[in-house]
Structure formats: C-alpha cells, structure tokens
Design a protein around this ligand. Structure first.
Ligand SMILES: Nc1ncnc2c1ncn2[C@@H]1O[C@H](COP(=O)(O)OP(=O)(O)O)[C@@H](O)[C@H]1O
Ligand SMILES: [Mg+2]
Length: 320
C-alpha cells in the first residue's frame, strides 16, 4: 500500500459534441494526492473541474492519459474504483421520488451497507445535517437548498476511501457550511481523502491541505497555501479607512495599476504588486491626505493569488 490516493498522468479529455468544434476540457494534467489530505481543485467556470471529477469517479472516460484511484486504474478497473469512492456532483442525482431517509439508505445500499447499521447511520446523518424534520418527505417537495443538503449528507453514509465533492457549498446556508467543513476535517483526520472543487477561495484557503489551480484544462499552480503565497511574493493588500475620503485618492491609486481596487464609503481597499518599501511609501503618502481611522497592510489571500494567476494565464492562447 502506498500513501498515494490519486495519481493522474497526462490526462486529456476532448469532448466531441455533435455540433460545433471539439472542446479540449483537460489538456494534459498530471498530479498526485496523498491519502488523508483535503485536496482543493480550484478554477473559474469551464476550467475542467467537473470533467476531472467525472473521470476520477469513472463517470466519464479520458481521451488520453491515465488516472488511478487508490491504486486502481479508472479505465482498466472501474468497479474497483467505484467501490472506493463516493461523489456528489454539481448536477448530482437525488432520487426525487424517494424520501430524504430513503435517499440516504439507497446510497448506503449501493455501497454495501444495509439493515440496522444503515438505519442507525441514517439517523445520525439526519441529525447532523438537521434533516430530521424532513426525513420522511419526498425530495421533490424540498427547496433547492435542502436538496443540496441531502446530496452532501449522503456522502457521510459510507466510509469510502475517497470522497469527491463538486462545489458542495453552493446554495448551502453559512452555518451548515461551517458545520460540514468541520465534518470534512474529521473525515480527513480519520484517513479519508477528500477532493473538492470550489469557486469560493476562502473556503479552500481554510479547508485544504493541498491546492491545485487549473484554468482551461491546464495546471496553473499547485501546492499548499504557503507555497502558493510564495508564488506571489510582493503582493500586498492594503485597507485604509479615512474619516472622510480625500478627494482624488482613487485616481492617485489607480495610477499604480493595482490588481484590485475598491472604494466603499470612506474605505479604500487595494491589492498591489510592489515591494514592501513602495507599499509603505504609498500608505504614508495617502495617510497624509486625510484623518485615518484604520490602516491594514497584509500578505495576499488566496483570492489575490488566484486573480494574479488567472490574469497571467489569460494571455496564453488556447490550442485545439
Ligand atoms: N458534455 C460536454 N460536451 C461538450 N463540452 C463540454 C461538456 N461538458 C463540459 N464541456 C466543456 O468542457 C469545459 C470544462 O467544463 P467543466 O469540466 O464542466 O468545467 P468546470 O467544472 O470547471 O466549470 C468547458 O469548456 C465546458 O463547456
Ligand atoms: Mg463544474
């Protein structure tokens, strides 16, 4: 047994729609994920996140390259792979005509858990996800947010080695999202590997041990948050709140071509690529122009890094 949960080598997926040009959704991706890690797959819409998850869970065949899950090849041994993974996709199926409880039970049955242990597990999961009042309602009668909750709850019915969650938090209320993030950490601490995709960078920043940023089917950056932050050295976030915003401030700052600039009431926020001395010069120059209530200068957040990397990649032409 190795300590590698996923191995992806030169993975390519080309969709060939009946109409229109072929789409190169994955353009030669290679990476590995360690067991027990929470792995975050980040990228804008259309980056290839869902395609990658579908290949890793055997729902879709790759055009080229290889992928192994817990040592099993997704093309050569799909059944072995399926036994070891559970997945919730963006458009994932919930059985609309089944009740919430029966959705959980049927998912458990698919993974070989039935009878009393399955019922006990379902009771615990219903409680955890605050779904007890809805337990015996048909999913079709629930709101979108509750359906999502059922989809994610299913994942906690079984102990597959690898869990895949595609934008799990979309449409989930913030309190529940917090709770689920805690549950995911517990599962990882027990040795399960978790692969999640998200557009919400702060979520990945908080949750993931390891992050892969992709765009247009290609790797843009890879590493833990620390490594990603090193990638964007000289990136600073500045926040300044004035008693009243000095006139012309925005134009002055815009001249420095910040990566991001926002002015809200009397607060100025910007992300700047510059060395530390330049940033401090700027801050003190601005500070002289009005009465300051608050100043903060900090290193980049994952969101800053993401914006920077996407802008760098946006210039590259897309082949195929
Ligand atoms: N069934 C399909 N047929 C053709 N193109 C597809 C299909 N599914 C996805 N795509 C295209 O593949 C690319 C990657 O899509 P997807 O994996 O869904 O990205 P993400 O999940 O990161 O938003 C996009 O350009 C998308 O339009
Ligand atoms: Mg997607």
């Amino acid at each position: 047994m190795t300590d590698t949960a996923l191995e992806v080598e030169n993975l390519v997926k080309i969709y060939r729609p009946r109409r229109g040009a072929p789409v190169r959704a994955l353009d030669g991706m290679s990476f590995a994920v360690r067991r027990g890690h929470i792995f975050g797959l980040l990228g804008p819409n259309g980056a290839g996140k869902t395609t990658l998850l579908k290949i890793l869970t055997t729902l879709l065949r790759p055009t080229d390259g290889r992928a192994r899950v817990m040592g099993f090849d997704v093309v050569a041994a799909p059944l072995e792979v399926r036994r070891r993974v559970s997945v919730v996709l963006q458009e994932s199926a919930v059985e609309m005509f089944l009740t919430v409880r029966d959705n959980l039970l049927s998912f458990a049955r698919f993974h070989g858990l039935r009878g009393r242990p399955a019922h006990e597990r379902a009771a615990a999961v219903l409680a955890r996800f605050q779904l007890e009042p809805e337990a015996d309602r048909k999913v079709m009668d629930l709101s979108g947010g509750f359906r999502r909750r059922v989809q994610v709850a299913k994942m906690f019915m079984v102990d597959t080695s690898v869990m895949f969650l595609d934008e799990f938090s979309s449409g989930m209320d913030p309190l529940l999202k917090r709770a689920v993030m805690g549950y995911l950490r517990e599962e990882a601490a027990r040795g399960r590997t978790i692969v999640l995709t998200t557009l919400v960078l702060s979520e990945a920043e908080e949750l993931c041990d390891d992050i892969l940023i992709i765009n247009r089917g290609r790797q843009v950056a890879r590493g833990d948050l620390y490594a990603l932050k090193l990638l964007s050295q000289n990136l600073y976030e500045v926040l300044m709140t004035f008693e009243t915003l000095p006139a012309g401030l925005e134009a002055q700052v815009a001249a420095l071509a910040p990566l991001r600039l926002s002015v809200h009431e009397n607060t100025l926020e910007l992300t700047l690529k510059a060395d530390e001395a330049q940033v401090l010069d700027l801050v003190s120059a601005l500070a002289r122009q009005g009465r300051l209530l608050k100043v903060e200068v900090s290193g980049p957040t994952l969101e800053d890094i993401f914006v920077e990397l996407m802008e760098a990649g946006a210039a590259a032409p897309r082949k195929e």
